[in-house]
Ligand binder design. Structure first.
Ligand SMILES: [Zn+2]
Length: 351
């Protein structure tokens, strides 16, 4: 049940290691941690890798926010912006953890789709260096170029809280994502530069206005790495059918987010959530996007996931649920890894 291997749209391992002590804590990835993702769990779950997010946390009370999200309806206020000066050291520390894990031989940083396929063939984890929120990017794109050279291949202009590049979507339920203005002029320039370099733009934390700004200006497939269907769960973080239609039109894709607040119809953050809620979103995404445009985007180490999954070692239960629901092997393989590889090939200017 560990096949097909799962290549996944989002995890927060780097934030977890950063908070646990940074470079000196990275051994946890090899020896085992209390988190969602380490080498042993990856092996037993058939986890082939995915997008590893660099994320600069806000100095805020996450506990208070979690409490709100356990009691819908809610509208969690967005934290204040973070300055470039404050963001750069944190972002570089997290990127350094990933580079060091590669030096340790524990994973391979993927710069091309061929890197992902080669890592999968040799049984090594493939990691895409992703940035969730562009606070560490300056308007001259100096840090963008350095980070691209270090392997950056995916970027969300915002993680919900505002940046110089745009406005994000708040954690609000029930709501659609039409919550305010979209990208700034700097944001539109960022989209163009990322298109040129071959850095995939991630739509997951943009509001609707920002989504349509990217749709109008990007030359690449539209991709939301970890988002669900608003028609099933009316969270502002989820995508409306109109947005899904635009994603299908550009041959982009969506990775299913395992966060229970974005899966459950009542919007509640609660681990006691059946796996059928994941299938319900997959069914809707498949109906609106087609079978070549749906993947997984777990949010491991960054969200409360259903207890039937628990952590990466629980991924076989998701494969089992997909089979029990009648998805055939070809479709399951597309959802597990093929679709991500296809869309990355195009996002990274390989075709
Ligand atoms: Zn996220």
């Amino acid at each position: 049940m560990t096949r097909p291997l799962i290549f996944d749209g989002h995890n927060d391992l780097l934030l977890k290691l950063f908070r646990s002590g940074g470079l000196s804590a990275r051994g946890m990835f090899e020896t085992g941690s209390d988190g969602h993702l380490d080498i042993a769990k990856a092996k037993s779950g058939g986890f082939a890798g995915g997008f590893f997010a660099v994320f600069v946390p806000s100095p805020m009370s996450e506990e208070r926010d979690e409490e709100k999200m356990q009691n819908p309806p809610y509208d969690v206020p967005l934290p204040d912006p973070i300055s470039w000066e404050d963001a750069v050291p944190v972002a570089l520390s997290q990127a350094a953890i990933l580079l060091k894990l590669e030096e340790d031989g524990l994973l391979r940083i993927a710069r091309t789709s061929g890197d992902i396929e080669a890592a999968m063939a040799e049984g090594r984890i493939a990691a895409i260096l992703h940035m969730e929120g562009a606070e560490a990017i300056d308007p001259e794109f100096e840090t963008l170029h350095v980070l691209y050279a270090a392997g950056l291949r995916s970027l969300g202009p915002v993680w919900s809280r505002p940046t110089i590049f745009g406005h994000g979507v708040p954690f609000r339920f029930p709501s659609d994502g039409d919550t305010g203005p979209g990208l700034t002029d700097h944001g539109l320039r960022l989209v163009r530069r990322c298109n040129e370099l071959g850095i995939m733009i991630d739509l997951s934390h943009l509001n609707e206005a920002g989504f349509w700004d990217v749709a109008r200006h990007s030359t690449k497939p539209l991709v939301a790495t970890h988002s669900n269907a608003n028609a099933v769960t009316a969270s502002a973080r989820n995508l409306t059918d109109k947005q899904l239609a635009a994603i299908a039109e550009t041959d982009g894709m969506v990775g299913l987010n395992f966060a229970t607040a974005f899966l459950r119809e009542d919007g509640r953050m609660d681990e006691d959530t059946p796996l059928e809620t994941m299938i319900r979103h997959l069914d809707h995404l498949l109906e609106k996007l087609g079978e070549d445009r749906v993947g997984l985007g777990s949010d491991f180490d960054g969200a409360k996931v259903p207890k039937g999954i628990k952590d990466v070692s629980g991924l076989p239960n998701l494969r089992k649920a997909m089979r029990a629901h009648g998805y055939d092997e070809q479709l399951i393989e597309k959802i597990c890894n093929r679709n991500w590889i296809r869309v990355l090939r195009s996002s990274w200017n390989e075709q």
